[in-house]
Design a protein around this ligand. Structure first.
Ligand SMILES: Cc1ncc(COP(=O)(O)O)c(C=O)c1O
Length: 450
């Protein structure tokens, strides 16, 4: 691909995947684990530039998934490339768990400034979202001297054994792994579109209150006394579970319950954080201040970095309690600091403005098609839920998969999540012109798939 400003539409010139792509897929099938949850379509990425991805056969796609909500600043943003390159020329690794370097406190200080946590914070650096979650779990256990957790159906917090105990968005994630490492009880998540308490559409708050009632009046009185609960772990917007924003009143109630019982409120912002929802963190839409936050994905613009940020008085564990050889590597931190600078400079605002524009376009498609049951989300984190019809609102997973494939064949990268949702998680540099192109393709893909 020659990245030029004139490039405005995808260019598909071979069958998909093309001959070179098929060779790579064959080698992958031979040498790489089959456990990755790849979609039906097969994208073999070779180069990335901004919102565009070129595959091994020189087909060019408009990327509205950003490597699963990771490439927040777009692919290979020149300022990110420059920051990383510069850092590799002076210090690549020194193991921050045993030595010191300036980058760790620099990013810790920045996170203290931007994380909506009351008072000062401290940060533990990790390499991924799951590791940030593992850190949060251990920290909550260490601080409260308690062992139980409460999590929500539909949640995704990672696949390592501790995080897996929380995760509940798909059967395949836990199937075959027997009893879980941690003592976690799951509660229905307030998804108003298909309210878990009245099975219909709920706009009256009954699912929010139902979930809290479930915790206070069922769990606390039976299996899970509050004095044994270390933390309630919640995604501010459920990601893998279907792009479902947590209602603000529900988050405020969790805060109240945690305050009343000395429980840590742990907010997982791995997918919803770093500007994606039009604020630095999705929890800011509710005004709630958590005790512990998990961050990864978009913070590094593609470099592997995660962070567990907690109130400084909570991060009181003993030397050796938790550490990671690579976590907070100087090159990854250089990328994170530059990413945050770009987010603050313009991209959070762009996520809000262009995200609203995208949502409006998707809502028009909802009016046009009987099979779109719901369009929901914040900023550039938008879910489109496909249903059999608007009377039953019954999920339509096969239709969703067909539409995903039809988009790919036309050069648009989007990805499913939840039972029958398509997620929009583009790079935060997306423009209104890009949105027009994407919506035209999405519209045609739906028309051809129903
Ligand atoms: C909300 C959330 N938490 C945790 C994770 C796990 O992150 P990772 O795959 O980097 O371990 C994910 C990944 O999708 C996520 O969406």
């Amino acid at each position: 691909m020659t990245p030029t400003s004139e490039l405005q539409k995808p260019i598909i010139k071979t069958e998909l995947p093309g001959p070179k792509g098929r060779e790579i897929i064959a080698a992958d099938a031979r040498y790489v684990t089959p456990s990755y949850p790849r979609p039906d379509y097969k994208l073999v990425a070779e180069k990335g530039y901004g919102v565009w991805i070129e595959d091994a056969d020189e087909n060019v796609f408009l990327d509205c998934n950003a490597g699963v909500a990771v490439c927040s600043t777009g692919h290979c943003h020149p300022e990110i490339v420059e920051a990383i390159t510069k850092q590799t020329q002076t210090l690549i690794h020194m193991c921050g768990t045993d030595y010191y370097y300036r980058q760790m406190p620099d990013l810790g200080k920045k996170l203290n400034e931007i994380c909506p946590i009351d008072g000062d914070t401290k940060t533990h650096f990790a390499n991924s979202g799951a590791e940030a979650v593992e850190t949060a779990l251990k920290l909550a256990m260490s601080h409260t001297k308690r062992q139980k957790f409460i999590s929500f159906f539909g949640s995704f917090h990672g696949r390592t054994l501790g995080a897996l105990s929380l995760t509940s968005s798909k059967k395949a994630q836990r199937s075959g792994f027997g009893r879980q490492a941690l003592d976690v009880v799951h509660v229905p998540f307030p998804k108003c579109f298909q309210c878990p308490f009245n099975l219909g559409k709920c706009d009256d708050g009954s699912c929010c209150l139902g979930s809290i009632d479930w915790i206070e009046n069922r769990l606390f009185n039976t299996t899970t006394p509050p004095e044994e609960v270390a933390g309630i772990v919640v995604e501010a917007v459920q990601g893998e579970g279907g792009y479902v924003p947590a209602p603000p009143e529900f988050l405020r109630e969790i805060r109240r319950v945690c305050d009343e019982h000395g429980i840590m409120m742990i907010v997982d912002e791995v997918q919803s954080g770093m500007g994606r929802t039009g604020k630095m963190f999705a929890i800011e839409h509710s005004g709630v201040k958590p005790d512990i936050m998990c961050i990864a994905k978009g913070i590094g613009s593609g470099l592997p970095i995660g962070a567990c940020v907690a109130r400084a008085d909570i991060m009181d564990w003993h030397k050796g309690a938790h550490a990671s050889t690579f976590g907070g590597n100087p090159v990854c931190i250089a990328s994170a600091l530059k990413t945050i600078e770009l987010l603050e400079r313009e991209l959070i605002e762009n996520a809000q403005v262009v995200g609203d524009y995208l949502k409006q376009g998707l809502e028009k498609l909802k009016d046009k098609y009987e099979c779109i049951g719901d369009v929901r989300g914040l900023g550039m984190m938008i879910g489109v839920e496909f249903v059999e019809n608007k009377t039953t609102n019954k999920s339509a997973p096969e239709l969703r998969d067909r539409i995903e494939m039809a988009c790919f064949n036309r050069g648009l990268i989007i990805l499913g999540c939840g039972a029958s949702t398509i997620r929009w998680s583009p790079p935060l540099i997306l423009t209104k012109e890009n949105v027009d192109v994407a919506l035209e393709i999405f519209d045609a893909a739906i028309a051809d798939s129903i």
